[in-house]
Design a protein around this ligand. Structure first.
Ligand code: AMP
Length: 174
């Protein structure tokens, strides 16, 4: 099993959730135990020596590998969720989607100034979600921020909206 084999397992769904979007469905990857093992070991190899104290998973597809990585890296797990889902005091940020806008939230007491964090999501498209997540984490104030997705849609140039002081890595590119 290689990352190229995993790429072949990703299922393309045309016109989901709206017309013109080619949705990269990773449920076909996550249901395969060998794929999960390889993704977990590849991510572990990249981040094992970075001193990461917390993995921040972006709702909801970022929770899958994010929580596994928190186990293998011996780090805590912190969710970023859509507005109204987290029960305690939150930082919030509004950002633009293709149509309209969205608000995401992070618990105010989830992070501290000594944390080295890895923000994880399944996929980077336009980069709007990850850029907003970085702004949220900067509101909280941490020592260092790494970011990562399993898949990057390079042609959408999402990396261009990620702050220069934040390292971004991905495993599979289209
Ligand atoms: P963006 O903010 O445009 O980078 O979008 C990233 C978020 O939307 C991620 O949480 C992805 O799960 C989801 N997403 C956006 N576009 C796609 C796509 N073509 N296939 C699968 N997921 C997508």
């Amino acid at each position: 099993m290689t990352l190229d084999d995993i790429k072949k397992e990703v299922r393309d769904i045309p016109d989901f959730p709206s017309k013109g979007i080619l949705f990269k469905d990773l449920t076909t990857v996550f249901k395969n135990a060998q794929c999960i093992q390889l993704l977990a070991s590849e991510l572990h190899a990249i981040y094992k020596d970075k001193g990461i104290t917390k993995i921040i998973g972006i709702e909801s597809r970022g929770f899958v590998m994010g929580s596994m990585l928190s186990l293998t890296l011996n780090a805590g797990f912190v969710p970023i969720r859509k507005k109204g889902k987290l029960p305690a005091d939150c930082y919030e940020i509004e950002y633009q989607l293709e149509y309209g806008s969205a608000i995401i939230e992070l618990h105010k007491d989830a992070l501290n100034k000594n944390d080295v964090v890895l923000i994880h999501d399944d996929l980077l498209a336009t980069g709007g979600t990850l850029a907003a997540a970085i702004r949220l984490v900067k509101m909280a104030g941490v020592k260092k921020i790494y970011t990562n997705t399993l898949v990057e849609l390079e042609f959408l140039k999402g990396k261009e909206v990620i702050d220069n002081d934040v390292e971004f890595r991905t495993l599979i590119k289209y």
